[in-house]
Design a protein around this ligand. Structure first.
Ligand SMILES: [Zn+2]
Ligand SMILES: [Zn+2]
Length: 165
């Protein structure tokens, strides 16, 4: 009964359970797409369309998740430089091909991203959301506008509370 990566469950393989070596999981879940050269992540996807995987356990049943493309980059290339984020040159969020990933500053990433230029320029300058939370994530909606994770958490909580009524 020790260690953060202690095995749990019934012993059957589950994607992202932290017991299978990364290389093996990468082989199972990254499917090459011949036209684009993308490796499409067939494991779990985050709500925003990025592939994700478990990288260990914080506590029993409480998995620590990481974006699959970040794990792949750090495994095959090396650590993402401090203050930089990984940009998908192919614009395919679920792609985990390290060759399609490039560390850029947040501002560069926002300027390159999807959505109207006007929205992206605004997003690159934005430091706080309309409620005043500090924006420090790289998450954007499909229009290219920045998503405040604090506001999002509030919305989800409210939605859940409503659901319980
Ligand atoms: Zn790609
Ligand atoms: Zn906010």
């Amino acid at each position: 009964m020790s260690g953060k990566t202690r095995s749990v469950g019934d012993g059957r393989f589950k994607p992202g359970d932290g017991r299978i070596p990364f290389e093996e999981r990468y082989e199972r879940f990254a499917f090459p797409e011949p036209n684009s050269g993308c490796y499409i992540w067939m494991g779990a996807l985050n709500w925003n369309g990025y592939g994700k995987m478990g990288i260990g356990y914080l506590s029993e049943g409480n998995q620590q998740m990481q974006y699959a493309h970040i794990v792949a980059y750090e495994y095959f290339v090396g650590p993402v430089p401090t203050g930089m984020i990984l940009d998908h040159k192919c614009r395919m969020r679920c792609c985990v091909n390290p060759g399609h990933l490039e560390p850029v500053t947040y501002r560069e990433n926002t300027m390159r991203g999807v959505g109207p230029t006007r929205v992206r320029v605004k997003a690159a300058k934005q430091t706080h959301c309309k409620r005043g939370h500090l924006l420090n994530g790289e998450i954007r909606n499909s229009d290219g506008a920045r998503v405040c994770m604090a506001c999002r958490a509030i919305t989800i909580k409210a939605r859940k509370a409503k659901h319980r009524e």
